[in-house]
Design a protein around this ligand. Structure first.
Ligand SMILES: CSCCC(=O)C(=O)COP(=O)(O)O
Ligand code: MG
Length: 261
């Protein structure tokens, strides 16, 4: 059977979510519209809560860093106690979130708010995490073979846990040994992969990273992480060079672990 041999030194598999474990359509057609449709009401309802205050404060700091970008939406601090001031500030946050999402930004500030907003949808059972059919059986097999399995996504750790904890396959959080998000660094920066290896307590050479994005694969490779690019229905196409330069898999079942015959 055709497959990709996992190098013997690999002891941990690191998984991207969107486009790797989970269809891009689930994120773009279900998770993201939920944010766009509910952000205004969410802010109105939770504005006085500490968690929401921290989310807004992080978004405001991000907006200051983004001030030089085309179309950037600033978030003013409310000057007075007036209802109009408050409504203007909330409206600015809503527009900032929608602007960031129109560009599919992966800022920690945006991802943190999204994670908090999805909590209600997942815990009430309105949304369930979706995975490609090969994902859960393969992860179970890897775990049974003694492999450690981690998740590294731009989605916040809280959002990752909601997705795996409330999924069409039930609560499968126990399958994962740990989670990483952009707080450790961005996925296109090789330093992030060195920090992940440090945090796991292994060498970068002991990790195999599976992702749909070649910029992420390239950053990981630069840090000596093994990579395979995952080709899934609905993912962006790869160039001929990308197809030549990376090991490609279209299902997790194609991975052959060192001990397997
Ligand atoms: C519940 S995870 C949310 C997915 C998300 O917001 C995202 O940006 C996914 O990015 P990835 O790094 O997994 O491709
Ligand atoms: Mg991805």
């Amino acid at each position: 059977m055709v497959g990709l041999s996992v190098p013997a030194e690999v002891t941990a598999i690191l998984l991207d979510i969107e486009g790797t474990t989970t269809p891009i359509a689930f994120v773009k057609d279900i998770l993201f519209p939920y944010i766009k449709e509910n952000v205004q009401e969410y802010l109105q309802t939770h504005w006085e809560e500490e968690e929401c205050r921290q989310d807004v404060s992080l978004l405001r700091k991000q907006a200051e860093e983004d001030a030089h970008l085309d179309g950037a939406v600033p978030i003013p601090t409310a000057f007075g106690d007036g209802v109009d001031d408050l409504q203007q500030t909330i409206q600015a946050v809503v527009e900032n979130v929608r602007w960031q999402m129109s560009l599919d930004r992966k800022t920690t500030a945006l991802k943190q708010l999204q994670g908090h907003m999805w909590r209600a949808a997942f815990t009430a059972g309105h949304v369930k995490g979706e995975f490609f059919a090969d994902v859960v059986p393969a992860v179970r097999k890897w775990k049974a073979a003694g492999m450690k399995v981690y998740v590294y996504s731009s989605g916040s750790i809280e959002a990752q846990k909601l997705l795996f904890g409330h999924s069409t396959e039930g609560d499968i959080l126990e399958l994962f040994d740990g989670h990483f998000d952009t707080k450790i660094g961005h996925k296109v920066e090789s330093e992030s992969y060195r920090k992940i290896a440090d945090s796991i307590g292994c060498s970068t050479k002991n990790i195999l990273f599976l992702t749909d994005i070649t910029l992420e694969a390239s950053a990981a490779e630069e840090a000596d992480v093994h990579v395979a690019v995952v080709v899934r229905p609905g993912n962006a196409g790869l160039t001929d060079d990308e197809k030549t330069n990376y090991q490609l898999i279209s299902s997790f079942s194609e991975l052959r672990l060192p001990s397997a015959t």
